[in-house]
Design a protein around this ligand. Structure first.
Ligand code: MG
Ligand code: ZN
Length: 221
């Protein structure tokens, strides 16, 4: 048999980007081109995402210009709270979807004054499950867990703890009244994700906010 006929055609399989990943790639390019650090915040409903963002805007005033994308199934009450600080904000109502996706964020970006933003928070829909499966084009993903939710969440929702760069325990002012075991929580998180940092904050008292602000500044890309 001639040599040429022995040659096989070797199939080459390339990853075809999903529509979400393609949009996330574009978001990331837009944001990086403007030197914007973008933080995707994931948490349960009521964990204190909006409250932490508002406390952060106050701390960073005159230092970093903050913008916010608010994701909710319905309503714009959180966006109105953010708007009261003067920071630019866009509300995404998912109309029932329990997570944000990259095309939704892409639309939101076109409604924000990106040239006037250094740090962009994307407040995801309150949900510890599927938001983690959708890349939005963020620089970093973080998870918030509030003290009333209990320290056992990493057992129940391991994927989110595996995916994030930072875990913020919120409402630490409630620690004396509830059985949140911080050492056990840290151990569970680090069992899933040895690289994840764990910070403990109270937006109400201001405890721990300095370390949070330092983390944000350090992780400016
Ligand atoms: Mg909120
Ligand atoms: Zn979902």
């Amino acid at each position: 048999m001639p040599e040429a006929q022995k040659e096989q055609r070797i199939p080459v399989v390339q990853k075809i980007l999903s529509a979400n990943d393609q949009a996330a790639l574009e978001n990331r390019e837009h944001l990086q081109a403007r030197d914007i650090t973008t933080i995707n915040i994931m948490a349960s409903p009521g964990a204190g995402k909006t409250t932490l963002i508002m406390a952060t805007i106050a701390r960073l005033e005159g230092d970093r210009r903050v913008g916010v994308v608010e994701g909710d199934v319905a309503s714009q009450v959180d966006a109105e709270r953010i708007a009261s600080t003067g920071a630019p904000v866009v509300q995404i109502n998912t109309g029932g979807a329990c997570h944000l996706d990259a095309p939704m964020v892409h639309s939101a970006l076109s409604a924000l004054p990106l040239d006037e933003i250094d740090l962009l928070f994307i407040e995801n829909v309150g949900n510890l499950i599927c938001p983690v499966s959708f890349d939005l084009g963020q620089t970093h993903s973080i998870a918030l867990i509030s003290v009333p939710e209990g320290h056992d969440k990493p057992y129940k929702y391991p994927a989110i703890f595996e995916a994030v760069d930072l875990v913020v325990v919120t409402k630490s002012d409630l620690m004396p009244y509830l059985d949140f075991d911080l050492d056990a929580f840290r151990e569970l998180v680090h069992g899933l994700n040895p690289e994840a940092q764990v910070l403990v904050v109270s937006a109400k008292t201001g405890d721990g906010l300095d370390a949070w602000i330092d983390w944000l500044k350090e992780y400016r890309q």
